[in-house]
Design a protein. Structure first.
Length: 510
């Protein structure tokens, strides 16, 4: 290990912090306080003999959901400079502060960016940190409490913007897919149709995928849910486990009501030595790649995310290993389809002896907003330390399967002398034209049924004879149309589409 070049980037510390309203000692911490606790834990994890906090020159903060879109609101206020607010709590005053764009890929992508900066001599010690306090916000709001979480710390900050362009198509929003749950359901239903499964059969497949995740979450002290569930329990539609968008039951979608934070500290090997960080704490960054898909409706095949797969494959190539060489795997699991996407490509099964999650997954460990992948990276680092020479992969998904970043880690040294091991991939996939208004015949490519206050709405993605993609809907009053969608055998079938006076395309079966 002593032969490792001074400019080699190494992860030297990782930390997590969490709290639940039902826990003893629950303190109802703000986003910044949670993140500060995670940063403190990461600094302690370095086991350094010198001042790590004082050596931090870069902090990249992940956006909490409250500041992730132009229309989002922070009910208790927010920091004017999140990276500096967090750094202040950990005793750090970085020269560079960054607020990353929206998306669950952010942590993983920043690890690659910061590792490259270190290898190029532009940074010595950098931090990736984020948090989410949605559970506390809801709990305090319900109790009628309104704490002031606003902070004005000032200072320089590189605000990279929201980065949400291309995540949603306007026709999805107009026709009822206004949130991630129904949008992802379109992808899972497209895959279900390819497999020739009924909605109930596919729900059970999702249950079989996620049942092992509940076992991992049950042993994770930071998990939001520690209940072990069978595949049948996850799949069965009940009043408590209702359909939130066909084919998803409530228990099989990301759990956003969490209070969780995580931090990762990356340093040059030379600075790590100066700080007295034992080499037994070092974990090497072997590869990081990130890629973006086309907007949801422009994708040729709604059942797969090819650029996500390209990200994983390229990371494996950079690391010089194959998928079978991995010892630890964490696949982003906000919904089933991002996991199935990788499983299908690499021939994985739900009972893979390595497991497919290190945390327990987003429906059970918790979907800590844009920050989940930081928790996955923390777990990967800890696994590598306890099993020297092993390799861990974390796959980080963002948007509506819009962005993907892959990281590969090991205690085995990675050679950065030949250049960066972080690569941004170009999207080389074909894209379909997406149109808004349409009148005439179309063929269903996918759909979902979304429950509402006044009934159910059918959201449809289809194509016309010219191959253009369009959105359509079956309204709450069309009970026969909704029933046909719920029966499941509609993909590939024809519909008649006509615009209404609200600019929506209303579909009827021909």
């Amino acid at each position: 290990m002593s032969a490792i070049a001074d400019n080699t980037p190494v992860i030297i510390g990782v930390g997590q912090f969490s709290e639940r309203p039902q826990d003893e000692g629950y303190a109802a911490l703000s986003h910044m306080d949670l993140a500060g606790e995670a940063l403190a834990a990461a600094i302690e994890d370095c086991s350094a003999s010198e001042d790590v906090a004082g050596a931090i020159d870069t902090i990249g903060a992940i956006r909490q959901f409250e500041i992730s879109t132009p229309v989002a609101e922070a009910p208790f206020g927010k920091s004017d400079n999140p990276p500096r607010s967090i750094g202040k709590r950990g005793g750090a005053d970085p020269a560079r502060a960054i607020l990353e764009i929206t998306g669950g890929q952010g942590n993983q992508k920043l690890v690659g960016e910061f590792a490259t900066n270190i290898a190029e001599g532009k940074s010595d010690v950098a931090v990736v940190v984020g948090s989410e306090a949605i559970s506390t916000v809801l709990s305090l709001t319900k109790a009628g409490e309104t704490p002031d979480w606003s902070e004005e710390v000032g200072g320089e900050m590189e605000d990279r913007g929201y980065g949400v362009s291309g995540m949603f198509d306007k026709p999805l929003l107009v026709h009822g897919a206004t949130a991630p749950i129904p949008a992802y359901a379109l992808f899972d239903n497209a895959r279900r149709a390819k497999l020739g499964l009924t909605p109930d059969e596919y729900r059970l497949e999702i249950g079989r995928l996620f049942a092992p995740f509940t076992e991992v979450a049950a042993s994770n002290p930071h998990a939001a849910s520690r209940e072990v569930k069978t595949a049948e329990e996850l799949a069965e539609v009940t009043e408590r486990n209702r359909i939130v968008a066909e084919p998803y039951t409530r228990m099989t979608v990301a759990r956003d009501q969490v209070n969780q934070a995580a931090a990762i500290i990356i340093a040059s090997a030379g600075r790590a030595r100066e700080l007295g960080v034992p080499e037994s704490r070092w974990v090497h960054v072997h590869a990081v790649t990130n890629a973006s898909e086309h907007s949801p409706m422009a994708r040729e095949d709604l059942a797969i995310a090819p650029m996500s797969l390209a990200s994983i494959q390229r990371a494996l190539e950079i690391a010089g290993i194959g998928f079978d060489d991995l010892d630890f795997i964490d696949l982003y699991s906000c919904f089933a389809i991002p996991v199935f996407n990788v499983m299908d490509a690499y021939g994985l099964t739900a009972d893979d002896p390595r497991g497919l999650t290190l945390t327990g997954g987003l429906p059970f460990f918790g979907g800590a907003g844009n920050n989940y992948s930081a928790h996955a990276i923390v777990e990967a680092v800890q696994c590598c330390r306890t099993s020297p020479g092993s390799f861990a992969l974390t796959g980080a998904n963002g948007g509506v399967m819009s962005k993907y970043a892959t990281g590969i880690y090991s205690t085995t040294p990675a050679d950065w002398s030949g250049g960066s091991r972080w690569e941004k991939l170009e999207n080389d996939q074909p894209a379909l034209s997406v149109i808004e208004g349409w009148s005439g015949e179309a063929v269903i490519d996918s759909y979902t049924v979304v429950p509402g206050k006044h009934g159910k709405t059918g959201v449809i993605v289809a194509h016309n004879e010219a191959g253009e993609r369009l959105g359509a809907m079956i309204g709450e009053g069309d009970e026969a149309g909704i029933a046909a969608l719920e029966a499941g055998d509609v993909i590939g079938k024809s519909i008649t589409v006509a615009p209404d006076d609200k600019g929506r395309n209303i579909a009827r079966f021909t």
